[in-house]
Design a protein around this ligand. Sequence first.
Ligand code: DGJ
Length: 765
Amino acid sequence: MDHIQIKDHTFLISTKDTSYMFRVNKYGHLEHLHYGGKITMEDVDALSYKKYILNGMTVAYDRKDDAYSLDSLPQEYASYGTGDFNEASIEIDSGESFTCDFTFDAYDLVEGNVPIKGLPSSYGAEQTLIIHMKDKVNGLKLDLYYAVYPEENVIGRRAVLTNGSGKAYTLHKLMSYCVDLIEDDLVLMDFSGAWDKEMHPNDRKLTQGTCVISSRTGFSSNKNNPGFIIKKSNTREDTGKAWGFNLVYSGNHYSSINKNEYALHRIQGGISPERFYLKLKAGDSFETPEAVMTYSGNGLNKLSQNFHAFINEHIVRSDWKKKERPVLINSWEGFGFKFKKDDLINKLAKNAVKLGMELFVLDDGWFGRRNDDKRGLGDYDCNLKKIPGGISSLSEEIHKLGMLFGIWVEPEAINIDSKLYEKHPEYALTESDREMLFGRNELLMDLTNPDVRDYIVENVSKLIDDNDVDYIKWDMNRHMNAVSGTYNHEYIKGLYDVLDRIFTPRPHVLLESCSSGGNRFDLGMLCYSPQIWASDDTDAIERIDIQKGLSYLYPLSSIGAHVSASPHMQTLRKTPLETRFNISAYGCLGYELDLSLLSPIDKAEIKRQISYYKKHRKTFQYGTFYRIDEEEPYEVFQASGAETILTKFRRIVHAVPVYDKLYVRGLDEDKTYDIESKPYLHNLRQFGHLVNFVSPVKINGEGHLMTAVSKLKGMEASFQEYTASGAALKEGICLNPLFMGTGYNDKIRIPLDYGSDMYEIKEHE
Ligand code: DGJ
């Protein structure tokens, strides 16, 4: 089937489960007709917006036509000055006027994609439709691109503006896309947060006016992710309509939903127009970054699954595309800046390899005078006091142990206490007539300067090549301050250029992007780094929210998730080791703690966890992911591949628990399934003096004996087995009872605050 059909100036873009339709109307304007479930070309008139008379103050487009106004017409791209008072997609100033009136000129249909100059974008599209538009008065030309990904139900959008007039213009705003939805009762679900609190879903009912999601920090930011969802107010995980939007871009972004008095919702997004301006000389063009959009008529899970499949197939590159990611050990939370090579080898690497970890990552602190976060950034010389023999000797030893070797860098930043700053103060991004403003004691480097880009490319490439580096963690730890015009955009293009030059020729290197955690979790970065460190908040309970938020827009194979020490360094919360693993398993698993401080029993548990993870890694990283709608105290994650792995995370335990059921999605209702809980140990210390209910001798629950025994022994959690049809599992089967303080046997489940149960569900043989 042709996924882009064109008939009588009507354009129908079809994916497996969605349709997108617009037409050229009698005035040459592009009238948006439909974005949603499947329809056909024959539906064009039925779907079109009916208007036979204009209301009160409406400005008519043509004085001979009293039924046509752009103010109420759903459009493909909106401009200002022709009677449309909703938010415009373009703002361009001739010095005298902002008015534009783009009408259809011609179209092209090309196979595959048309790449964007200097910006990453999706690849592997089946076809791209290009609509050429022209303003007959001012000579500006506007091209709208639609790339179709039928299998994943995604459409890529972008715009290119060319100054075809004889004079210069100032461009203030050029959105990547505009979608005018005629639907009411819509809710905006955006993903907002902060450092240590990324990607918290936030629902806002859309009322008349404009809702904006944006970033002014220079980067896609942890404050507002560029991705968002529009849904009907009754949409749930498995039912209802939802539209998803995201940008393949890492700089300042802006998305707005403008609801007018007729409940027309104009949704658009792109580079932030705030303080953005560009002189567009005669003949110049400006290309927006790409936006991607999807639709689901079956709830949010399906919308997320569309995005997950799309990102794995059409965004992620390198040898790591669709490849299982290694289990890593990272030095940061265990050692910070204080380490010696012996610690790295004896405390971390040797233990890690015994437990089954596959990749050793040396984090911050290995170069220059970097013994704290005040100095050293910009330098690449290894601190030989910490690592005698240098990085190559460490890498060699790690490789000899049978692990991959990875290292941390922060190439976009510079400390003024560094050799690089002494030599090249002009590399730093500052305002010449004002005091320098620092973030985490650092300045950004001026990535619009080709010398700076060359410096980074040379040093990071050399670091990789001279030391046989298999993995890079690319960090960036401050906001970009006081920039205007196109500086931020040029910086981001500079960053992409640097990443391209380093990593495209080295596709074997696994790049994990990081920006104080998830401050730059976006599709632009995912074009270079197959995975991104989700958050510096590694508290397992907080991670449920962060990873759940991410899962709406990004696949699990892109989410870096680590088990860290308990009590947690930020929340001081004690969380069972089991739950710390269970949440990290829904992503790219790593460990980030001093392994030499673990008890023998915890080491044995971690070994068991890693072997379980490896057995099911494909499902955890690439399975079809579902969030199951359940009430407090539960959050439920499900990943389905060759088998299904479902985890019920519990927050607070109640003395009288409600019936606890297991609901599973996506199974064959006619088949029978075996369900088994993942075995694990309870730490004896958490029972304290309660052990005296079973101990023949009286024991001090807080005493030395208890401490010593609990390092060697644990209590096996109750093992659960069930058999049920796919139909029963969809309805929900009853689980074994939870402990209520009135007795215990091997069928009773001990819940615990912040406990969790992981289940494997396989077809019955
Ligand atoms: C911020 C990152 O998010 C952390 O994981 C760690 O790499 C530190 N920077 C190191 O300075």
